[in-house]
Design a protein around this ligand. Structure first.
Ligand code: URA
Length: 218
C-alpha cells in the first residue's frame, strides 16, 4: 500500500465526473449534499470489498473545507472506527495539517476506497470504479480550493493519469469537478504511510504543503 515507486500502474484512468449519477443536492449546502451522498451509499455492496469490511469509511471533516485530502483506502484502525486516517499514518497526517496552520477539523479527509482491502492490499480497478461516483460527488459537494492526493492511487485518480507518484509529486494539476466553477487545484504528494517508512521524504511533503498553504491564501 502507498508505494511511491513507479512500475506499470493498474489504476484506471477514470472518465470525467460521472454525469449520469444522481445530482448532489441541494446545491450550495455542502452538509446536506454529503448527507445525501452517504444515504445513497447505504450499506454498499457494489464491490467485493463489502464482504470483508467492518465499517464503511465515508470520510470526515468540515463540509465547507477549502482543503481536502484524498488517501488510498481505510486500514485496520479506520475499518474499526469508521473514520479516515486515524491510525499511525493518520497521526502523521494530523501533523502535516497542523504544520500549515490548520486543524484536522478544518479540512475534509476521504479516500479513493471507502472499504478496507484485505491485508491492506492495493485497490483494484473494479473497486476504484465502484467507489468513484461517490468520491466525485463528495468533491463536488465540498468544492474545496485545493485537493491533496496522498500517494500513488489518490494522485493518479485525481489527476486522471497513470504517471508514477515520483513524477506527479510536487506538481500542481487540476481536477475538473462536474458543474459550474473553475477546476480545483490538485497537489500530489507522498502518502503518510510512506513517510513513516521513509522519513527522509518528509522534506518533500513539506515543500508541497508550503505550496498548498500559499494557494489557500489566494
Ligand atoms: N491510509 C489511507 O490511505 N487512508 C486511511 O484512511 C488510512 C490509511
Amino acid at each position: 500500500m502507498a508505494q511511491p515507486s513507479a512500475g506499470r500502474s493498474t489504476v484506471p484512468v477514470p472518465t470525467p465526473a460521472a454525469a449520469s449519477f444522481p445530482a448532489a443536492a441541494p446545491a450550495g449546502d455542502p452538509q446536506a449534499g454529503l448527507h445525501a451522498i452517504r444515504e445513497d451509499l447505504g450499506d454498499c455492496q457494489r464491490c467485493k470489498l463489502a464482504g470483508g469490511r467492518k465499517t464503511i469509511v465515508f470520510g470526515q471533516g468540515d463540509p465547507r473545507a477549502r482543503l481536502m485530502f484524498v488517501g488510498e483506502a481505510p486500514g485496520a484502525d479506520e475499518d474499526e472506527q469508521g473514520l479516515a486516517f486515524v491510525g499511525r499514518a493518520g497521526q502523521l497526517l494530523t501533523k502535516i495539517i497542523e504544520a500549515i496552520g490548520l486543524r484536522r477539523e478544518d479540512v475534509f479527509i476521504a479516500n479513493v476506497l471507502k472499504c478496507r482491502p484485505p491485508q491492506n492490499r492495493n485497490p483494484e480497478t473494479d473497486e476504484i470504479l465502484s467507489c468513484q461516483p461517490f468520491l466525485e460527488r463528495q468533491i463536488e459537494a465540498i468544492r474545496p480550493t485545493v485537493l491533496v492526493g496522498l500517494g500513488k492511487f489518490a494522485a493518479q485518480w485525481l489527476l486522471k493519469t497513470a504517471e508514477p507518484i515520483t513524477r506527479l509529486r510536487g506538481r500542481l494539476g487540476d481536477y475538473a469537478a462536474a458543474g459550474p466553477g473553475a477546476p480545483i487545484k490538485v497537489m500530489a504528494t507522498y502518502h503518510p504511510a510512506y513517510l513513516l517508512r521513509n522519513p527522509g521524504a518528509k522534506k518533500d511533503v513539506w515543500e508541497d504543503m508550503k505550496v498548498v498553504r500559499e494557494l489557500l491564501k489566494e
